[in-house]
Structure formats: C-alpha cells, structure tokens
Design a binder for this molecule. Structure first.
Ligand code: BG6
Ligand code: MG
Length: 217
C-alpha cells in the first residue's frame, strides 16, 4: 500500500486513559447530582475537554455560567491529572511497542495526533517520547475531530502527503477525521463501532507483521 507516514491517536490507542477520563467526569457528574454511565462515556472518546463538559451538562440538564463552566473544566482536569499521576510504562496497551519498533526498524516517520492537552506529559510518563518525530495535540488545533485538522498538521510536519499516511484510532470521530483527511484509517476497537474504518483490529496483538509489511509495500 506504499504508506510512508504513521499517525497514532493517544487515548485508547497507546494507553487506556479513557477509564481515567471517565472517573473524573463521573465524579463531577455525581457532585452535580446525576449519574454518568460507561455507555455515555463512549460519546466522549476523541472529543475535546470543552465539548465533553457541554455534553455532560446536557445529560444532567444543567445550565452553567461562563465562570462555572471554566471552573468545572479546571476541576475535571485536576482530578484527571491526579488519577494519572502514578501512570507508567505498564499502562502501554499490548503490542503498541511491537508496532512502534517495527516502524522504527523500517525508518518510518511517526506522529502523535491527539485531542488531548495532556498528551506530552502522558508520553513522558510511559517513556514513549523518543518514538515520535512529531507531536500534534489539543494545544495545537482549533478544530476538533472529525475535522481532519489534527492529522493534516501531523502529515505536514512529517513531510508526507496525506494519501500516504496511516492513522490508528479508537474513536468514531477520529476515524471520520482520518477519512476526511484522505488517509488510511485503521480502527483499534470493535468492528461494529468503527465500521467506517478501512481496517479494524480489536487491539495491536491482532495486527501481525504480514499486515504491517503490506502497509509498507
Ligand atoms: C481525547 C480523549 O484523546 O482527548 C477525550 O479521547 C478527551 O476523551 C480529549 O476529552 C481531551 O483530553 P484532555 O486531556 O485535554 O482533557
Ligand atoms: Mg482515542
């Protein structure tokens, strides 16, 4: 398929931080007097912090002033940061390293394309910084996934045309963003959820060298 640029989402692809985001949002919801379920949390995947809070308040049917809204955003992030404080390499998802090392061995450039403003500290905690030639995160983009902006910036910085890039994503909005960017989308998760992806793997343990070689050839 002749691919020469590789872009990874972070949350849910490299590390399972979705559970920590969920706990922090649930705490806020409970404080505000309502429940927030795991199913509802699916809607938050790939979505910016601000948009998540808007959805949360819609679920709880709560109106907030600008000031309250900003305060809750800070509070959620502080709770999230304390949940990930102790995070280390053991939280890298299975066989992520195998794929990163395969790509490095073949001198392929690698980028991170994440909606999270916490992406850099997380990569540092799990000691993966050295694998990434380019990092584009929530501090660099104006338009959230499914807008292709985050991936187009990553491709540009890698110096690879979008059509030659591959995107690994666990979120529906992220797959759409990759498709909108004209890139090859690979879903990491459930096929029925990520049906718009070109290929879907439950996780990286299911992606063998044969498939990885096909991407390069
Ligand atoms: C995405 C997550 O990667 O980052 C979302 O899938 C999250 O759930 C978003 O809301 C923003 O993250 P952060 O760390 O900037 O609050
Ligand atoms: Mg994700």
């Amino acid at each position: 398929m002749n691919k020469t640029g590789f872009i990874f989402d972070l949350d849910g692809v490299i590390v399972d931080t979705a559970k920590y985001h969920y706990l922090a949002w649930r705490k806020l919801a409970n404080e505000l007097g309502f429940e927030f379920t795991q199913e509802q949390n699916e809607l938050f995947k790939g979505v910016s912090r601000k948009r998540c809070l808007e959805i949360l308040l819609e679920i709880g049917n709560i109106k907030a002033s600008q000031e309250q809204f900003s305060r809750w955003l800070v509070e959620k992030n502080e709770d999230y940061l304390s949940l990930i404080e102790e995070m280390d390499e053991s939280e890298i998802l299975p066989d992520v390293l195998k794929v990163l090392q395969f790509l490095k061995k073949h001198n392929m450039p690698i980028a991170l394309g994440s909606a999270s403003k916490n992406a850099r500290p997380i990569l540092e905690k799990v000691k993966l910084m050295d694998y990434f030639d380019v990092i584009v995160d929530g501090t660099h983009v104006a338009k959230a996934k499914p807008d292709p902006e985050v991936f187009l910036i990553a491709a540009k910085q890698l110096g690879v045309p979008p059509k030659d890039c591959v995107v690994f994503e666990d979120a529906v909005a992220g797959i759409e963003a990759a498709n909108n960017a004209g890139m090859l989308s690979i879903g990491i998760g459930e096929e029925k959820v990520l049906s718009e992806a070109k290929f879907v793997f439950t996780n990286f343990t299911k992606m063998d060298d044969k498939f990885l070689n096909r991407l390069l050839e």
